[in-house]
Design a protein around this ligand. Structure first.
Ligand code: TYD
Length: 203
């Protein structure tokens, strides 16, 4: 069985982490090699770029180019080799996050992002993107209980509603790749939706 490329998306506070671990566990139980990774990050270079993007102020073009530079290194060194050897890759965020955060959130030119997307990863797209969706207000309440905020997490609710609309637009453009998961519910109910989606696909 060839490996699958699965991504998780959603605004900050959507609660991706526990479900990423649970999905990796479920795939491993069925015998697959699973590589769990994240963006920006996943390689030594990309993790350094992540630190810059999350903590230093910069304009939207710089931000977009840094996340794509990190992605290029990650795709070449980790994602493509893993898929090529038949492993599944579960990635915490990918290019949909750039369209949602830099595009819809910051208002950066979507056509330019689409060009960067095709330069950086050509035809490579996730087989499935699990979009953990919830209102910005609910996410803000969850974030308030968590750790110190980075540059994105300090943005206001209007920013996160724009990011959310950005994800909805990406889903509308590729409905067969996306599954929208209602992440405002309690964790077991969120996981049940993810499992139902996997079953629907016969995975
Ligand atoms: P996140 O995935 O929320 O990780 P953690 O939960 O460990 O903090 O943090 C990554 C942040 O980077 C998040 O706020 C979204 C942002 N981001 C972008 O703005 N553009 C991108 O292309 C990616 C991948 C992430």
């Amino acid at each position: 069985m060839s490996g699958r490329f699965i991504t998780f998306e959603g605004i900050d506070g959507a609660g991706k982490s526990t479900h990423i671990a649970a999905l990796a566990e479920r795939l491993r139980r069925s015998g697959a090699e699973v590589v769990c990774t994240r963006e920006p990050g996943g390689t030594e270079l990309a993790e350094k770029l992540r630190d810059l993007v999350l903590h230093l102020s910069m304009d939207a073009l710089t931000e977009a180019m840094l996340v794509f530079a990190a992605r290029r290194d990650h795709v070449q060194r980790v994602i493509q080799p893993a898929l090529a050897r038949g492993a599944s890759v579960v990635c915490d965020r990918f290019t949909d996050a750039t369209f949602a955060y830099q595009g819809s959130g910051r208002g950066f030119d979507l056509a330019l992002l689409a060009q960067l997307e095709s330069w950086v990863h050509g035809d490579l797209q996730p087989a499935l993107t699990l979009w953990l969706d919830l209102p910005a207000e609910t996410a803000a309440r969850r974030r308030a209980e968590a750790r110190a905020a980075d540059r994105f997490e300090r943005e206001d609710q209007a920013f996160f509603e724009r990011v959310r609309a950005g994800y909805a637009a990406r889903m509308a453009a590729a409905p067969q790749r996306f599954a929208r998961i209602d992440s405002s519910l309690a964790k077991p109910a969120v996981w049940a939706q993810i499992e139902a989606e996997l079953e629907r696909r016969g995975w």
